[in-house]
Write a protein of this length. Structure first.
Ligand code: ZN
Length: 381
């Protein structure tokens, strides 16, 4: 595909209704739900659609309307990309008032909510009315992993475009053509990321990220007993904390200075009590963001281990399917030989349970310890 759709790779069928709506007014709908697994390009598809709606040539990818809509800088395209656990009811009220205004320059007023699954039922109900009867030039684009992640009242009023997991070959081609990555490395990273475009790109560009992933996969062969598991769990949690700290520290300080400037207070001086509450609110948000980042790093490690044991299962069943971790074939075969399918299933269950526990706010160290203990080779009697 060309123009603004060029980077929405492997989604020709899913994006056909969006492209048709941008081309013909009769195919237009005012509320869309774009679903697809993480990394399939939901937010990219939403931005491409917004650009196609604003562009006089239907999404050429070159004009100012296109480039600003794609980058999130278009005055009539509002993008909500929250890093918080939930989208607050006040944020949604703010969006609804934006939705009521006519586009200032573009042809449409477009509002993109990237993580519509992070709205509580109550918040969704506030949004409902605006989605049902939006002003004539307003379009809502909600994104979520699946339709079931969004309140039924909302999704029943949206047209759904369902993105699928793109083939690794398609992701690799994008990395090569857009980011100039060597084709062989691009394909290896696309497989390792299980076609998650953002993760594939990070792996391809950052040797440190590839090394950290290799270290996680090595746990499958390195853990021999409970002692190893406990030590490795402490390591993994520490790495996730450092990663979260590095990713958020600079931004936290910038945001704080910006807020103090807006409030008219210079850094260092005492804040009047009325302003302290706002600073406290920002700090709470930042703390939540760091926690989420830490959990995301751990979740990624679990997903990587799952892909390793999926490969083990493939070797054990002799299925003719490409391995996700082809460069680790030696270790995969070693683990496949030392156990049988029931062992592999048991480990996969333990990994799935750890993911659930992390999402359910169990202390990360406890969840990871229990999970890694399950990676020990079973003692046979
Ligand atoms: Zn254009």
């Amino acid at each position: 595909m060309t123009g603004v759709w060029a980077e929405v790779v492997g989604q020709e069928a899913a994006t056909a209704p969006l492209r048709a709506a941008a081309a013909h007014a009769s195919a237009m709908t005012h509320a869309w739900l774009i679903t697809g697994p993480p990394g399939s390009g939901r937010s990219q598809a939403a931005r491409a659609f917004a650009a196609a709606l604003q562009c006089a040539r239907g999404g050429c990818g070159e004009c100012r309307e296109c480039t600003t809509a794609l980058s999130g800088a278009h005055a009539d395209v509002t993008v909500v990309a929250t890093e918080k656990v939930t989208i607050s009811i006040d944020e949604v009220r703010g969006l609804i008032s934006v939705a009521q205004t006519s586009p200032s320059q573009g042809r449409w007023r477009v509002i993109i909510i990237e993580d519509a699954d992070r709205m509580t039922e109550r918040t969704s109900n506030v949004l409902l009315k605006s989605i049902e009867e939006p002003p004539p030039r307003t379009v809502w684009l909600l994104c979520a992993p699946s339709a079931e992640d969004v309140a039924v009242t909302i999704r029943s009023r949206c047209r759904i475009a369902h993105l699928r997991v793109p083939d690794p070959e398609v992701v690799a081609r994008l990395l090569t053509e857009r980011d100039g990555i060597d084709p062989e490395l691009a394909l290896e990273c696309a497989h390792a990321a299980q076609s998650h475009i953002g993760i594939a790109r990070r792996l391809a560009r950052d040797p440190g990220a590839r090394k950290r992933r290799d270290q996680v996969l090595a746990l499958a062969t390195e853990i021999r007993g409970v002692g190893d598991a406990v030590l490795a769990a402490a390591d993994l949690v520490k790495v996730s904390e450092e990663d979260a700290a590095a990713a958020t520290a600079e931004r936290d300080a910038e945001e704080r200075n910006e807020l103090l400037r807006t409030l008219g207070a210079d850094d260092g001086g005492r804040l009047p009590p009325a302003l302290r509450a706002q600073v406290k609110q920002l700090e709470d948000d930042q703390k939540r963001r760091a926690t989420r980042h830490k959990r995301d790093v751990l979740d990624r490690a679990i997903v990587d281990l799952m892909s390793f044991y999926r490969d083990v299962a493939i070797v054990q069943t002799g299925a003719d399917v490409p391995l996700v971790n082809a460069s680790h074939r030696g270790h995969i075969e070693q683990v496949a030989r030392r156990g049988d399918m029931s062992d592999t299933v048991r480990v996969l269950d333990a990994l799935a349970l750890a993911r659930e526990r992390l999402a359910g706010n169990v202390a990360p160290l406890l969840a990871i310890e229990a999970m890694l203990i399950a990676l020990r080779p079973r003692v046979r009697d």
